[in-house]
Design a binder for this molecule. Structure first.
Ligand code: SF4
Ligand code: SF4
Ligand code: FES
Length: 235
């Protein structure tokens, strides 16, 4: 690996932009985020990209690497570089490009809100903690779907989002499923009306790309299947 160099092609500009290629030295245990950081610090300080934690917690560093959406801070170059030693890094699909590798996430998070992906309780700070048995079926469903970091990898990987821009998408529906199973939540009928609409769970074609790509190993497809079962029960 000593003195080895790789060719890294990176998106530049907005949606009408084009790619630019850089030569970057290979290093042991190098991540894709390390590569992008090297380009910005050593080769072109105008390169825009987003990251915060560098350890897989904040969800801000997702990009499309050699054709697949990934969290770049936890993706090792050795796992994704092609046989010719090239890396192509593009902004997430299905979201407007602001500049270079930065996408506008507003639509993604607005859809969480449209799916009523936020908690509505009725307790005050003076009430006792609610008691939810850790082994109850609803709690187990919540535990399976709650650890989403909002990275947008699933959303970028979903073809239905590309065809049907109003589709709420895997992350918003996964969050809605977590809340549907939250015994404390008071907004269930409003939430169900949103997620059972045409832009909701019935639009999902069960391609499973979202579940295959989710870096937190969540299964939005399974959460959406849970919502579809509710549609069946309501019709
Ligand atoms: S399973 Fe549904 S939400 Fe997930 S990628 Fe496929 S169509 Fe999109
Ligand atoms: S469900 Fe997974 S891929 Fe989708 S936003 Fe959450 S953590 Fe990212
Ligand atoms: S930088 Fe926070 S998840 Fe990658």
């Amino acid at each position: 690996m000593k003195n080895e160099v790789m060719e890294v092609t990176v998106w530049r500009g907005d949606a009408q932009g084009e790619t630019e290629t850089f030569e970057v030295p290979r290093k042991p245990s190098q991540t894709v985020l390390d590569v992008i950081t090297y380009i910005q610090r050593e080769l072109d300080p105008t390169l825009s990209y987003r990251f915060a934690c560098r350890v897989g917690v904040c969800g801000s560093c997702a990009m499309v690497v050699n054709g697949v959406a990934r969290w770049t801070c936890r993706t090792h170059v050795s796992k994704v570089i092609d046989k010719a030693g090239r890396l192509e890094v593009l902004p997430l699909r299905n979201l407007p490009v602001v500049k270079d590798l930065v996408t506008d996430m507003s639509e993604f998070f607005n859809k969480w809100s449209q799916a009523r992906g936020y908690f509505s309780g009725n307790q005050t700070r003076y009430d006792d903690f609610a008691t939810v048995r850790p082994d109850s079926p609803n709690r187990l469903e919540v535990d399976r779907s709650i650890e989403c970091i909002g990275c947008g990898v699933c959303y970028s990987s979903c073809d239905v989002v590309s065809w049907k821009p109003d589709y709420l998408g895997p992350a918003a529906l996964n969050r809605a499923w977590a809340l549907v199973n939250d015994e404390r939540d008071q907004a269930q009928s409003e939430r169900l009306a949103k997620v059972l609409s045409d832009a909701g769970c019935t639009a999902c074609h069960t391609h499973t790309s979202c579940s295959q790509r989710c870096p937190k190993e969540l299964a939005p497809t399974s959460s959406i299947a849970g919502l579809k079962r509710l549609v069946g029960r309501q019709s």
